[in-house]
Design a protein around this ligand. Structure first.
Ligand SMILES: C[S@@+](CC[C@H](N)C(=O)[O-])C[C@H]1O[C@@H](n2cnc3c(N)ncnc32)[C@H](O)[C@@H]1O
Length: 524
């Protein structure tokens, strides 16, 4: 176990970074809370607190997507807070305060919050700090507020822990986080090479851990795997801890991982053999899936949480596809079709109206729709095929949409992201987008979704402060591309002549801006 000074210094030495996390957006947390029967605070004007906010990347991106809300972040690492503050100041982001503070010292002066987030912190701090996180939830949440906490769980973490313990032991003689990470990566590689053949279970475990870690930056590797504090727990233990703080479990940020009986009948049948209690079922799902990570929503005890999504709650929500599909699915009624989201989730159905509604959302992404508007659009699209209309039909679509939400091919939100689909005369991207594009972080759009953006798109995004017209944008783009040698000629060497670069990029500028607008990066 570490002192808090030691812990701060590991994050000062090797910062965790400034990534945004889609699931933590209050507009998504509120939607899940509504689906499960709660009345969470309105997000457009809410107050959000993030505990262990690192460089504030998550909050800065949220601040642009909810300009009328206020955000406070707390972190022990002075270096990370200084980085975040400098970025916010440079870009004039006024609705975020980043505080260099120990969670143990946060008191009433920080105020009350509608949403409190703790992503990647609870399991990676000493037990008294983890307990403090729950204390802060219970003392600083407004009465209908929602807390989000992610944490490592057993049984899945037993496997990961075995590998972590060996890698940590191997690096025990060095204090430098960078050296520990380098040694850990090399050790894992060596162990894999020396393990027996591919069929050996142990080798498969090592390979799985290597697959997970190879995409991690050194900062993430150190803090996820080698951080001195890492305390996974069983879900049932976690339930006991939150109850002691007057809190209750609402559900998961990802509906797909929840045992939602009616919407997941096969799983429910299996779980019924173990227990009829919904929370015990959650524990058994962890057993069945060897779960290692949870992203849980909590609220005050006493509020009535429903264990099944309520179809009527769809009326208060906006529906959004999980990305754009270029190929329309087969929407013929009665023909079984598997609808697949671009990120690989699926739902199989033969319901023509549901398929049409989902197809509309996939085509329209990043636009969202209310349930009623979607119902009307789907009815119009299928009307020619003679689909009857009526109360039962609408109820059937509600159920179908809930299934699509619990399969996570669609998502529900409670706010309208303020993006524009058509770039203006002087196109503009929010400050957080420009910062991320400039510093090389994954770029988070106005739906709070990180999107892969190629190099030229990043250069353009970084310039979109709303002051440049297209001629000026092109000149600045050409200068950057020449400086960074981003364009390759036919012989594979960089094109350095500005005139040639201008000739190539000029005709493409509108298409580049169009792609950025299509990905919900631009504002009015
Ligand atoms: C693994 S990082 C997660 C950062 C960020 N939430 C994310 O997921 O990207 C944990 C963060 O918690 C902060 N932290 C740890 N102990 C803390 C404490 N006692 N008070 C405030 N922040 C703390 C660390 O400085 C670090 O930035």
């Amino acid at each position: 176990m570490t002192t808090r000074e030691e812990l701060a210094s590991t994050y000062d030495d090797l910062p965790y970074g400034g990534i945004a996390f889609r699931e933590t957006h209050p507009g998504r947390l509120a939607a899940i809370a509504r689906l499960l029967g709660l009345s969470p605070p309105r997000v457009e004007t809410c107050r959000v607190l993030e505990l262990g906010c690192a460089e504030g990347g998550n909050l800065l991106a949220m601040a642009d997507s909810l300009p009328g809300a206020r955000f406070v972040g707390i972190d022990l690492s002075g270096r990370q807070i200084a980085t975040g503050r400098a970025r916010a100041r440079a870009e004039g982001i006024g609705n975020v305060d980043l505080l260099h503070m120990d969670l143990m010292e946060a008191d009433d002066s920080i105020g009350a919050f509608d949403y409190i987030l703790a992503h990647g912190v609870y399991s990676w701090v000493p037990p008294e700090v983890a307990d403090r996180i729950l204390h802060l939830f219970s003392h600083h949440l407004t009465p209908h507020g929602i807390a989000y906490v992610s944490f490592n769980v057993y049984p899945g973490w037993h496997q990961r822990r075995m590998v972590r313990d060996m890698l940590k032991w191997h690096g025990r003689q060095t204090h430098s986080p960078e050296v520990q990470v380098a040694r850990a990566r090399a050790t894992l590689e060596l162990m894999i090479r020396m393990a027996r053949d591919e069929t050996d279970t142990y080798k498969r475990i090592l390979l799985e851990e290597q697959k997970w870690t190879e995409d991690l930056t050194d900062g993430h590797f150190f803090h996820e795997v080698l951080e001195p504090d890492n305390h996974p727990c069983w879900f049932h233990e976690f339930l006991g801890r939150i109850a002691r703080h007057g809190l209750q479990y609402v559900g998961e940020a990802g509906l797909l991982s929840m045992p939602l009986g009616r919407f997941r009948p096969e799983l429910d049948e299996m779980l019924d053999q173990f227990s009829s209690d919904p929370l015990e079922k959650e524990q058994y799902v962890d057993f069945l899936r060897a779960r290692r990570f949870r992203k849980s929503l909590l609220c005050r005890e006493g509020l009535a949480v429903s264990r099944e999504p309520d179809p009527e709650s769809l009326d208060d929500l906006l529906l959004l596809a999980r990305g754009r599909l270029t190929e329309a699915p087969d929407v013929t009624p009665g023909v079984e079709t598997t609808l697949r989201s671009p990120d690989g989730r699926s739902l199989t159905t033969s319901d023509g109206l549901l398929k049409t509604a989902v197809a509309i959302l996939f085509q329209e992404w990043p636009r969202c729709a209310s349930f009623d508007a979607l119902y009307e659009a789907a009815r119009e699209a299928t009307g020619a095929a003679g689909v009857p209309v009526g109360f039962a039909e609408k109820a059937r679509l509600r159920d179908g949409i809930l299934r699509a939400l619990s399969a996570e091919i669609l998502e529900a939100v409670t706010w309208q992201a303020p993006f524009v689909k058509v770039p203006g005369e002087r196109p503009a991207a929010p400050a957080s987008v420009r910062i991320q594009a400039r510093v090389g972080l994954p770029v988070t759009n106005l739906w709070h979704i990180p999107v892969d953006v190629e190099d030229i798109g990043r250069i353009v995004l970084a310039q979109l402060d709303g002051t440049r017209d297209r001629a000026r944008l092109l000149e600045d783009l050409v200068a950057e591309v020449v400086k960074k040698e981003f364009l390759e000629g036919p012989s594979g060497t960089p094109v350095k002549d500005p005139q040639v670069v201008r000739r190539i990029l000029g005709p493409n500028l509108d298409a580049i801006l169009g792609r950025l607008a299509d990905n919900a990066f631009l504002v009015a």
